[in-house]
Design a binder for this molecule. Structure first.
Ligand SMILES: *[C@@H]1O[C@H](CO)[C@@H](O)[C@H](O)[C@H]1NC(C)=O
Ligand SMILES: *[C@@H]1O[C@H](CO)[C@@H](O)[C@H](O)[C@H]1NC(C)=O
Ligand SMILES: *[C@@H]1O[C@H](CO)[C@@H](O)[C@H](O)[C@H]1NC(C)=O
Ligand SMILES: *[C@@H]1O[C@H](CO)[C@@H](O)[C@H](O)[C@H]1NC(C)=O
Ligand SMILES: *[C@@H]1O[C@H](CO)[C@@H](O)[C@H](O)[C@H]1NC(C)=O
Ligand SMILES: *[C@@H]1O[C@H](CO)[C@@H](O)[C@H](O)[C@H]1NC(C)=O
Length: 505
């Protein structure tokens, strides 16, 4: 669940691209419309080639002036999850992942670590400069504009800062530092140390800014004056409205930042989890002939709600892994019983062909029968909805991804397109980090391996396991439906005569 509505997630309008993809030697260049060249059976037998083609094309998105600004190292859309996505990707690149290299630098895979390191050096300077100019944020970030050299808060985030998004960012940085250290390459240690210093600073300000006491964490904070230092007598922080960070989804990443690093008394740490407890709920899915299958109740059950498992090692805990595997049984089979050719996740609505503008953002997309929020809009599907499935079964996840991108207009010269209507009457002609790189991150396994290693070194790993084990085992006792197989796509997006993008046919 994203507490703050994504309002500025436009990275690039298809057709208005300033930069064209770098050309590559024809021999190794897969076809832009590669998805239709593979059958579902081929992917299930061995997804390697399909994956290779997919990473190649999704990687075309990663270019200066397309998805990021090389002058300041920042991703373009200012939406927050993207801060984390970019860094998660670079963690794999510095660690030598051939898949990350296929995405970042297919023509010169060996250059990938250097590309990542160089952007992360620039990005850190941008963060440091931001902290100097706006010390009131205490090292945290609001949503910002990144088209200029120095980033500034977007107009609607002046003197405001969100907790959830910073939790996502911080654990990505945590993983990145470990990735650098794990290479054993001495030339990376300086950069690791500098990022550590930046990250450590947020540990000293986290509670002062976001913690209200009694286990209450503010979802969004209003700053008195972003230009004044945290400790300045005229500086103050106020919880915005009644919004609290207490969700058992992505918001939990920030809860753990406070738990481990904010130096709270034990009684407050305990209160953090007591406050969150009512939201962690068990529910059985049962629709048509599928179920019962026990899952964690969703807010909307959008795939987006699964983000936390890509950053912290939740799947080390047996009960969590089993509950979340059930979620993918439900997500895939629900689409089959409801005759949906794809799956749901919070995403941008389609483009209005008469204006060329995206109509809106659909947050409330998921599975109403197992969610807290039962009023949902279920007309737009998105390829990135497969990312939690991929974490359990790459082939099945990619089969669903293929089933969505074979639809009209769903591939373009920067890889997959944001979203399509289920009825095939329109697509969102938009590219975002969220809808593209979340899937790539899942294919790389998130950053949990790096984060686990550093948590062990920081001696916080056992406490993490204890807390999560306790919270999940008190709610989930006898899981139903663990014998159900993941379902494969059955329906297709109808061809209503939309023309594919001219440069990708
Ligand atoms: C990127 O955009 C900036 C600002 O519009 C422009 O000055 C620069 O030449 C562009 N760079 C590339 C490589 O297209
Ligand atoms: C260490 O990193 C530097 C800078 O990227 C690179 O030139 C060098 O080849 C790396 N050394 C090893 C052993 O990977
Ligand atoms: C951020 O700015 C504050 C106040 O000016 C300073 O004390 C702190 O060291 C800075 N943090 C980093 C990581 O540069
Ligand atoms: C999405 O677009 C459809 C028209 O294609 C419209 O009916 C619906 O209200 C829109 N929803 C949002 C949240 O923008
Ligand atoms: C949704 O969550 C809130 C907060 O925990 C709770 O009060 C409410 O009863 C829930 N509603 C449903 C339908 O689950
Ligand atoms: C993924 O699912 C497919 C199809 O159900 C199955 O054949 C395969 O063994 C599964 N792979 C894993 C790693 O579970």
């Amino acid at each position: 669940m994203r507490l703050s509505q994504i309002s500025t997630s436009t990275v690039l309008w298809l057709g208005l691209a300033q930069a064209l993809p770098k050309t590559s030697s024809q021999a190794s260049k897969p076809s832009c419309r590669f998805a239709a060249e593979y059958t579902q059976e081929q992917i299930l037998r061995d997804p390697t080639d399909f994956l290779d083609d997919m990473l190649y094309w999704e990687g075309k998105f990663h270019q200066n002036n397309v998805s990021y600004n090389a002058d300041n190292g920042m991703s373009y859309d200012g939406t927050s999850i993207d801060w984390a996505l970019q860094i998660m990707l670079y963690a794999h690149a510095v660690s030598g992942s051939s898949q990350a290299a296929r995405f970042l630098s297919p023509d010169h895979p060996s250059a990938a670590p250097k590309i990542a390191v160089s952007i992360m050096e620039t990005k850190l300077q941008t963060y440091q400069k931001f902290n100097e100019t706006y010390p009131g944020f205490g090292g945290f970030l609001p949503w910002f504009t990144s088209s200029t050299q120095d980033i500034t808060p977007t107009w609607d985030w002046v003197n405001r800062v969100p907790a959830l998004d910073n939790g996502e960012l911080l654990w990505a940085v945590y993983g990145f530092i470990q990735a650098l250290e794990s290479t054993g390459n001495k030339s990376y240690l300086g950069l690791a140390q500098k990022w550590q210093t930046w990250m450590d600073y947020t540990k000293t300000t986290a509670a002062k800014i976001f913690y209200l006491g009694d286990g209450q964490v503010c979802a969004v904070i209003d700053l008195k004056d972003q230009s004044l230092p945290v400790d300045h007598p005229d500086q103050s922080y106020t919880c915005e409205g009644s919004g609290r960070l207490n969700d058992p989804y992505e918001g939990e990443l920030f809860t753990f930042w406070l738990q481990f690093f904010a130096d709270l008394p034990d009684s407050d740490k305990k209160a953090l989890w007591e406050t969150k407890r009512p939201q962690l709920v068990s529910v059985d899915y049962h629709v048509g002939n599928v179920g019962p299958i026990t899952v964690q109740k969703g807010y909307w059950f959008s795939s987006h709600e699964t983000w936390k498992v890509m950053e912290m090692p939740y799947y080390d805990i047996d009960i969590v892994r089993r509950v979340y595997e059930n979620a993918e049984r439900v997500r895939t089979c629900n689409s089959v019983v409801t005759k949906n050719p794809g799956m749901f996740a919070s995403v941008n609505n389609i483009t209005d062909p008469s204006t060329g503008d995206v109509v809106g953002y659909i947050s409330n997309a998921g599975i109403p029968s197992i969610s807290n929020q039962t009023v949902q809009e279920l007309d737009v599907i998105t390829p990135y909805s497969v990312f939690p499935t991929i974490l359990f079964n790459k082939s099945v996840g990619l089969a669903w991804w293929r089933n969505m991108v074979v639809a009209r207009k769903m591939q373009n010269i920067y890889g997959s397109t944001e979203s399509t209507r289920v009825d095939g009457t329109g697509v969102s002609a938009l590219l975002t980090w969220d809808s593209k790189v979340t899937t790539v991150s899942a294919l790389l396994g998130g950053v949990t391996d790096f984060v686990r290693q550093k948590m062990k070194a920081d001696k916080i790993y056992d406490e993490f396991v204890d807390i999560i084990e306790t919270e999940y085992s008190r709610v989930f006792k006898n899981l139903k439906g663990e014998d159900v197989a993941f379902c494969l796509p059955w329906d297709t997006v109808p061809d209503t005569g939309l023309a594919d993008f001219a440069l990708c046919q």
